[in-house]
Design a protein around this ligand. Sequence first.
Ligand SMILES: [Zn+2]
Length: 283
Amino acid sequence: MPLVTSKKMLLDAQKGGYAVGAFNVENMEMVKAVIAAAEELQAPVMLQTTPSTIKYGSLETYFAIVAAEAKKASIPVCLHLDHGSSFELAVQAVKAGYTSVMIDGSGESFEDNIAVSKRVVDVAEACGIPVEAELGKVGGKEDDLEAEADTNTDPAEAKEFVERTGISSLAVAIGTAHGFYAGTPVLDKERVSQIKEIVPVPLVLHGASGLTDEDVRECVERGICKVNFATELRKAYTDAGKKLIEEKPETFDPKKLGVVGMEAVKELVKGRMKVCGCNDKAE
Ligand SMILES: [Zn+2]
């Protein structure tokens, strides 16, 4: 079917008490693998690209691949801009056909974050495209940016932020980090419940690669409606190719590498979808 926006998808998740998995894709193979996993589990799904991925390809290229693959699928597929780094990029993504965008002003002051998020909402919402924004800092490496310190989202600030920006979903910081974890992450899961209590829009968890299934599940139970998985998909894809090269050094056809990479990503995505509880939630 044609791409859908993240609006109904995330509101359904909020109502149903589960989360939609949002998976970062880098190439055609990863797109196919994520959609195949969703199809097999009858799960609604979000595919997303960061600015560095868009720089590697282009908005138009990723849109064309995802739209073509989604068209063949029976489940709802949304294409989302992850960590939109500027107002301009968010608008370009909407123009290119993305059906959901994030503007990440979390590195700015509270007021500047509100200003840039609202600016994106004003334009995107006019085109019917929902906007995700982030408040508080998720630790670790966020695409090309290094976050300095971990600062968890303040519930009262979150409420004011949502009211003043009109965003459709909010990414919260509760101690997760982007990339893989060096040690055991200390998650403030209670914080999710506190924010959910006073913030009406669906909440988003970033930096879930490497979190245990239990951690993800508890965050979902407490009110997370979208969970982002990025790093672990890239690792699964590349590891599968490395293994093939080790076992069969004579391999030269990129399709052979693609096939094992797709299998690995598909299995990983299916597992994560079950943890999010979005299987059999496609309408
Ligand atoms: Zn993120």
